[in-house]
Write a protein that binds this ligand. Structure first.
Ligand SMILES: Cc1ncc(COP(=O)(O)O)c(C=O)c1O
Length: 357
């Protein structure tokens, strides 16, 4: 099989049948002409059900992780579809104790109304994880590295102890460059493509990837039945982002490494975390609020994974929905998404913010 960079550049690129365009056309259409009732090309009768620009993106996402992908209007829409497919009323899921706030809200506030139960557990503690699995556990939802504390979970170990439960991995922070959940035995890999895959902070999207043909068909069914599909232009942008993913991830990591060196030399910064890949860094600092207000290159904003650097305070911004739960995050925690600017400039910016604070 070709190297990852080659696959990233070519994934999902088949010359368009109409004019042989090398790059997939943006098929901005809601519907398709039929020759006779029910006679249409391939699956293309209506764009919620199928769209060629979306199909090209799904091909690309599938190729990068060795499975078949179903794409959605956002990462949370992808999660909603997956939980709808695998779980049922009265069933149970295991969630990580550190996780994206929106994922917790989806289960705790939406699916719980339909009778889905959950347990939060530190998934780096395999004994605790094994204890959390119940006879009715349908899914172990793994996030690794976790958002925002960047804990790294051993996917293989989770799969080994999963027993009858399915395993889904939120691969948003690692990306397929650094982690291939399906190769490690997970049943599903899930993405907020809004982040590193899109890579330019200009599109919201999500995807679920699986190797199992039955789960794939069920996900496609729910994609069409619930209808949280991405638009053609969004699919085009995400697909374009994927073609430089491997280069960007290397640059993100170089930025993060330089920033971590500065933080490690800053006594007031504690719990400095970086998984050793990607651009995500977190740390705690008594002057967290002043720091996030003082950076100039790092923009104070939610989200992550774009080429430009962002800084945020999870407790006050992305993780408000875990407040007062066992997944609550400390108020002095800062999360950085290190972009692909010159690392020296990022270090200088953070250093001046640390001095100002
Ligand atoms: C790890 C993780 N998973 C899922 C999501 C949800 O994705 P979206 O915002 O595209 O719905 C996010 C969003 O920040 C995230 O950080």
């Amino acid at each position: 099989m070709s190297g990852f960079g080659t696959r990233a550049v070519h994934a999902g690129l088949t010359p368009d049948p109409s004019y042989r365009s090398v790059i997939p056309a943006i098929h901005q259409t809601s519907t398709y002409a039929q020759d006779a009732p029910g006679e249409f090309m391939d699956d293309y009768d209506y764009s919620r059900s199928a769209n060629p620009t979306r199909f090209a993106l799904e091909q690309a996402l599938g190729e990068l992780e060795g499975g078949k992908a179903v794409s959605f209007a956002s990462g949370l829409a992808a999660e909603h579809a997956l939980f709808s497919v695998v779980a049922h009323s009265g069933g149970h899921v295991v969630l990580p104790r550190d996780l994206y706030g929106g994922t917790f809200r989806l289960i705790d506030k939406v699916f719980s109304r339909w009778g889905l139960r959950y347990t939060l557990v530190d998934q780096t503690d395999t004994a605790a994880l094994a204890r959390a699995i119940e006879p009715d556990t349908k899914l172990i939802w793994v996030e690794t590295p976790t958002n925002p504390r960047l804990e790294v979970v051993d996917i293989k170990a989770v799969v080994e102890l999963s027993n009858h439960a399915l395993v889904a991995v939120d691969n948003t922070f690692a990306t397929p460059v650094n982690q291939q959940p399906l190769d490690l035995g997970a049943d599903f890999s899930v993405h907020s493509t809004t982040k590193y895959l899109g890579g330019h902070s200009d599109v919201v999207g999500g995807a679920v990837i699986t190797r199992d043909p039955d789960w794939y068909e069920q996900l496609r069914f729910v994609q069409n039945s619930i209808g949280a599909v991405p638009g053609p232009f969004d699919c085009f942008l995400t697909h374009r982002g994927i073609r430089t993913l491997h280069l960007r991830m290397g640059a993100h990591a170089a930025s993060a490494q330089a920033v971590v060196q500065l933080l490690n030399d800053t006594p007031a910064a504690t719990n400095v975390r970086w998984p050793g890949f990607s651009g995500m860094v977190s740390f705690q600092h008594p002057d967290a609020v002043a720091i996030v207000k003082a950076t100039k290159l790092f923009t104070l904003a939610e989200s992550l994974g774009g080429v430009e650097s962002l800084i945020e305070l999870p407790q006050a911004m992305t993780h408000q929905s875990v407040e007062d739960s066992d997944a609550a995050v400390p108020a002095d925690l800062v999360r950085l998404s290190c972009g692909i600017e010159d690392p020296a400039d990022l270090v200088a910016d953070l250093a001046q913010a640390l001095r100002t604070a």
